[in-house]
Write a protein that binds this ligand. Structure first.
Ligand code: F6R
Length: 248
């Protein structure tokens, strides 16, 4: 078992540290499968990776990527879709081959069939070598919301009010936030060989503490990571404060 925690002084340092773990993976295995996340937490990480790419320090030419999730009902060119996020925050700025990037389709007529296709795609790639994860304030990972069990495979989920509220800041109003999403399951995520969690800000402190020092329960989906053999957690002081207190 390997569980490493990096406590950094601020968001920039968190982003550099997270990017360095990803860069190390890409250098060690240039054709690796990177599991990627969206949201505000990894934005600085992607900026740092773009900078290192531009300096000639890393290349994504052989990398394959699989994203965690996508809103159901949003077109790839909708400015709040996760495909659009990945294009604008990373893919358009580095040398990754477009056909090597994978994000579930938010426009599939048959979402169940799309979930199955996506799960097979990730399996065919051999699952992620390194999966980057942000964490919701309720402990969600991907869009696996607190519920009665740990969903195994890619599936369609109804977003909780807390997630809709948290994500409303990116939309004109909460009413515009899609109510459903396609997401890798907990089983899909746990099959990644390494997990890299990035968190920042005091509003994540409770979730981080519950996830890494509380009971393993689907009520805190990230708590399953306690059973993963290789986890790196990168956070700032504020996000890690309660976990530290719990382990003091
Ligand atoms: C994003 C994702 C979500 C976010 C989480 C945290 O692909 O799957 O689980 O990682 O909602 O979001 P931020 O980073 O915006 O706080």
């Amino acid at each position: 078992m390997s569980f490493r925690i990096y406590c950094e002084k601020d968001y920039d340092a968190v982003s550099r540290r997270t990017a360095s773990v990803i860069a190390a993976q890409v250098v060690a295995k240039p054709d690796c499968v990177l599991g990627l996340a969206t949201g505000s937490s990894p934005v600085g990480t992607y900026k740092q990776l773009i900078q290192w790419y531009k300096q000639g320090d890393i290349s994504f030419a052989e990398v394959r990527s699989v994203n965690l999730d996508e809103y159901y009902g949003l077109a790839p060119d909708h400015d709040q879709s996760y495909r659009y996020f990945m294009q604008t925050n990373l893919f358009d700025h580095v040398d990754i081959e477009p056909e090597n990037t994978n994000v579930p389709s938010g426009l599939a007529d048959d979402p169940a069939a799309e979930c199955l296709r996506y799960e097979w795609k990730v399996a065919e790639l051999g699952y992620a070598d390194l999966q980057l994860l942000g964490m919701g304030r309720n402990g969600h990972i991907g869009f696996n919301e607190p519920c009665g069990d740990f969903p195994k495979q890619t599936h369609l989920v109804d977003l909780t009010e807390s997630t809709i509220e948290a994500n409303a800041r990116f939309f004109a109003s909460a009413d515009d936030v899609p109510r459903q999403a396609l997401t890798m399951g907990i089983g899909t995520i746990m099959k990644a060989r390494k997990i890299l969690v990035v968190v920042s800000g005091a509003d994540k402190a409770d979730a981080v503490c519950k996830a890494f020092s509380g009971p393993i329960t689907p009520e805190v989906p990230a708590s399953i990571l306690q059973l993963h053999p290789d986890v790196t957690l990168v956070g700032d002081e504020a996000a890690l404060s309660k976990l530290r207190e719990a382990n003091a």
